[in-house]
Write a protein that binds this ligand. Structure first.
Ligand code: FMN
Length: 341
C-alpha cells in the first residue's frame, strides 16, 4: 500500500511538474462579424486567457482603400488587448503591400495572410482557401511582398481546398520565406465547417516545414483540448475560434488546466453580455440591427447553457428589445452555464 501511494504521489508530482514546465500560447482565431474590437475588449476584461488576438480579415474596397470599419477595428486606441495581429484576404501582391503599409502606419509589425476562408463567394474568386491549389501564385505573392516590404508575414490556412494533400506541395514554397508561423485549420476548404477538424493531418505537417505550426480547429472544451494535445504533444501554440464565443471561460480554464467553470459564472457572463450589448447598442442604428447582432452571438452562447435549444428558440422569438431583455434575464435565471458538452 505504502509503495502504491508513493507511486501515485510521484506520478501526480510528475503531472504537476509537466504542467508547470509546459507553457503554451493561446490565440483567438478571427471570426468576421463576431471578434471585432468591441468583443475582444469585453472578452479580455471579463475572461482573459488569450495571449494574442487575430483581427477578422481586411479586404480593400475597389478604390484600394481600407473600409472604415476595418480601420476602426484595428486602430490601436480602440484596442485594449495586449497583442493584436491584423489579417488580409487577397490574391494580389500589390493589395497585400497596400494593406501592409496601412497596418505598419498604425504601428503593426505583422500581417497575417488568410488562405483559409471557405466561403464560396470568396473561393470562387481564387481567394482564401480558393488560392491553395495555385501554389505558383502563392509563391509569386510571397516573393513580391518580401522583396518590397519588411512586414512580418504569418499564414492562416487550410490543408487544401479539395483535399488534405495539397498542403504538402505548399509547405516547401512557404519554407522559402521567413514567415513567423503557419496556423492550420485542419479541414479542407470544400468541407467549409462540415465534419470534424483532423488533427492527424496537422500531425503529418510537423516535420514537413521549418516553420512553427499553430493548431486550429474544434477546441471547444478543456477535455477536447487535452485530447488533441495528447495527439500533438510537440505543439505549444493553439488557436481557438468558435469555442471562445460559445464558452468565453474556456481559454482561462485551459490555461489553468481546470474543467470547472467559476462558481459565479452567470454573474460574470451577465456583466460581459451587458457590456457587449451596450457597445453594440451605441454603435448600431435601430433595434433590428442590434437584435440580429445579438441573436448571432446567442447562436454560440446558447451552446454553453443547459437546454441550449430552448434557449436559442427564446432568442429567435425575441423581436423587440423588451422581449430580448426578458429572454436574457429568464435564461440567466433558469439555466446553468455548463460549457460545450
Ligand atoms: C463566422 C465565422 C467567421 C470567420 N472569419 C474568419 C476570418 O475573418 N479570418 C479567418 O482567418 N478565419 C475566419 N474564420 C475561421 C475561424 O477563424 C477558425 O479558423 C475556424 O472557425 C476553425 O476554428 P474553431 O473550430 O476553433 O472555430 C471564421 C469562421 C466563422 C465560423
Amino acid at each position: 500500500m505504502a509503495v502504491l501511494s508513493k507511486t501515485i504521489e510521484a506520478n501526480s508530482e510528475i503531472t504537476i511538474y509537466k504542467y508547470l514546465i509546459m507553457t503554451f500560447t493561446l490565440i483567438s482565431s478571427p471570426l468576421q462579424g463576431f471578434t471585432d474590437f468591441k468583443f475582444r475588449n469585453a472578452f479580455n476584461k471579463y475572461f482573459g486567457g488569450i495571449d494574442t488576438f487575430y483581427a477578422p480579415y481586411i479586404r480593400l474596397k475597389d478604390n484600394m482603400e481600407m473600409k472604415s470599419s476595418n480601420f476602426r477595428d484595428i486602430l490601436p486606441v480602440n484596442n485594449t488587448v495586449t497583442e493584436l495581429i491584423p489579417q488580409v484576404l487577397t490574391n494580389d501582391a500589390d493589395e497585400f503591400l497596400l494593406v501592409a503599409k496601412d497596418v505598419q502606419e498604425l504601428g503593426y509589425k505583422e500581417l497575417n495572410w488568410n488562405l483559409g476562408c471557405p466561403s464560396p463567394t470568396v473561393t470562387k474568386r481564387g481567394l482564401g482557401s480558393g488560392l491553395l491549389p495555385d501554389v505558383e501564385q502563392i509563391d509569386n505573392i510571397l516573393y513580391k511582398v518580401h522583396s518590397k516590404s519588411d512586414i512580418i508575414v504569418s499564414v492562416k490556412m487550410r490543408p487544401g481546398f479539395d483535399n488534405n494533400e495539397e498542403i504538402f506541395k505548399i509547405l516547401p514554397v512557404l519554407d522559402k520565406y521567413p514567415l513567423k508561423n503557419i496556423a492550420v485549420h485542419a479541414r479542407t476548404g470544400k468541407q467549409q465547417y462540415k465534419g470534424e477538424a483532423d488533427p492527424e493531418t496537422f500531425k503529418r505537417c510537423i516535420g514537413n516545414t521549418r516553420h512553427k505550426l499553430i493548431y486550429n480547429g474544434d477546441i471547444t472544451s478543456v477535455e477536447k483540448f487535452r485530447e488533441i494535445q495528447q495527439l500533438l504533444p510537440e505543439t505549444d501554440t493553439w488557436m481557438i475560434g468558435r469555442g471562445v464565443i460559445a464558452d468565453p471561460f474556456l481559454p482561462q480554464m485551459i490555461k489553468t488546466n481546470s474543467t470547472q467553470h467559476p462558481e459565479n459564472n452567470i454573474e460574470i457572463f451577465k456583466e460581459f453580455h451587458d457590456e457587449l450589448y451596450g457597445e453594440y447598442e451605441q454603435a448600431l442604428s435601430g433595434a433590428s440591427h442590434l437584435l440580429t447582432k445579438m441573436y448571432h452571438f446567442w447562436e454560440y452562447f446558447s451552446m454553453s447553457f443547459t437546454n441550449s435549444h430552448k434557449v436559442l428558440k427564446k432568442f429567435k422569438k425575441a423581436k423587440t428589445i423588451v422581449a430580448y431583455k426578458s429572454a436574457v434575464s429568464e435564461t440567466l435565471r433558469q439555466e446553468r452555464f455548463v460549457g460545450i458538452k
